[in-house]
Design a protein around this ligand. Structure first.
Ligand SMILES: *Cc1c(COP(=O)(O)O)cnc(C)c1O
Length: 381
């Protein structure tokens, strides 16, 4: 194929990263230790409004440490949003704990508070107290935060906020990543900003962040020799990658604006097609929530759209070398989690069946949109 591939969500660098990487080289701090890490942690903290940050090797590692810090152990039950990427749930399995999957609600597509409470009561009736709740702001859209916090307080179960996709999103004028008892971020290559690979644990106080840094550096006790009293992990972010992160965080607000522009373009485009007898659904903001619109997603119900399926659209785009992707396949439908309990009423299943993520990079250019809309024009006639 002669045309360049349009990717779903490619990395997008500014001009700043190499300066900080150069600093890391010049200071000879390349290892998972050094000044770029603490600078990146304090810049992130500032961005989030004062939380305490441990920069780690990935979002998945951050979730793993979050659950360890909350005391999740073998055979504990952990409630988890079913409609998400597997990394939200895998760390539960790393610990030998048992994931319990809960459905989403229709507005934000995130953890349904009503279904969550029903699940907790069901477990309480069996004399089991779940150990933690993992919820997600999927595709950048803030979940129903006040309801989830209310349930967490009412039943005394800590909240782990998976904000891997939601850096720069806001709820009630506060940044996502600052609501859970612990929260996690990801700087994987496809996220809104990247360090190549990396993540962070967001904590309410410095003691917790210190605990995470300690566990992430092999749980080395303070001693001249190597002394270990707990099992440790090699999860710290390398100094050189923190340098890339410092360059990226400078353009984070710009990236959010660019991704929100993408959404508005798609939204206008699809709305204009509705006069031809089509009907599309989107992930909705409320008066309190602002999404970073990491990915623009659309629901295309074939019954309301002359039989056109999301898979047909995906394949037509693919023919023109344009990447799109079905929404996350819910965890309770994944073979690897087939034995885990699930509470829900089919919301996540329907989203997976009819939902498509569209190319959403912050570096999409005019000609990219021309190519994308040309394919869509040929479908929605
Ligand atoms: C990307 C992602 C993660 C994991 O982050 P990594 O840095 O790739 O380990 C976790 N949860 C969600 C929802 C994600 O999208």
């Amino acid at each position: 194929m002669s045309t360049n591939r349009i990717w779903l969500s490619p990395s997008h660098f500014s001009q700043n990263e190499l300066n900080f990487v150069q600093e890391a080289f010049d200071s000879n701090w390349i290892a998972p230790f050094g000044p770029q890490i603490s600078a990146f942690e304090s810049e992130l903290s500032q961005f989030l409004g004062g939380s305490h940050i441990a920069a780690l090797s990935s979002g998945t590692a951050s979730l793993h440490l979050a659950l360890i810090i909350l005391g999740v152990k073998r055979d504990d039950f952990v409630l988890c949003q079913s409609f998400t990427f597997s990394a939200s749930a895998n760390p539960i399995a790393y610990l030998g704990a048992r994931p319990v999957f809960v459905d989403s609600e229709k507005e934000s597509w995130n953890l349904d508070p009503i279904e969550l409470e029903r699940t907790i009561l069901n477990f309480h009736s069996k004399g089991i107290h779940p150990k933690a709740i993992v919820f997600v702001h999927l595709y950048g859209m803030p979940a129903k935060i006040s309801e989830l916090i209310g349930i967490s307080k009412k039943y005394n179960i800590p909240l782990v906020e998976d904000a891997a996709e939601a850096l720069g999103s806001e709820w009630n004028k506060k940044k996502c990543g600052s609501f859970g008892d612990l929260a996690i971020l990801s700087f994987n290559g496809n996220k809104i900003i990247t360090t190549g690979g990396g993540g962070a644990l967001v904590c309410a106080d410095e003691a917790l962040a210190d605990k995470a840094r300690f566990l992430a550096r092999q749980a080395r006790e303070k001693a001249p020799h190597y002394q270990h009293e707990e099992i440790g992990y090699n999860y710290r972010m390398p100094n050189i990658l923190a340098g890339i992160g410092r360059g990226q965080i400078k353009v984070l607000d710009q990236r959010v604006a660019q991704r929100r522009d993408n959404f508005n373009r798609y939204f206008k485009y699809f709305k204009s097609k509705e006069s031809l007898g089509y009907c599309f659904e989107f992930q909705n903001e409320t008066s309190l929530s602002k999404s970073n619109r990491w990915l623009t997603c659309i629901l295309v119900d074939p019954e309301l759209n002359k039989g056109i399926t999301r898979e047909y659209i995906r394949l037509e785009l693919e023919k023109e070398n344009i990447e799109s992707r079905p929404l996350w396949k819910p965890m309770h439908m994944q073979p690897v989690f087939k034995d885990a309990p699930y509470f829900g009423s089919g919301v996540a299943e329907r989203l997976f069946e009819i939902g498509l993520c569209l190319p959403s990079g912050s570096n999409l250019i005019e000609e990219d949109f021309d190519r994308i809309f040309a394919v869509l024009d040929s479908i929605f006639i």
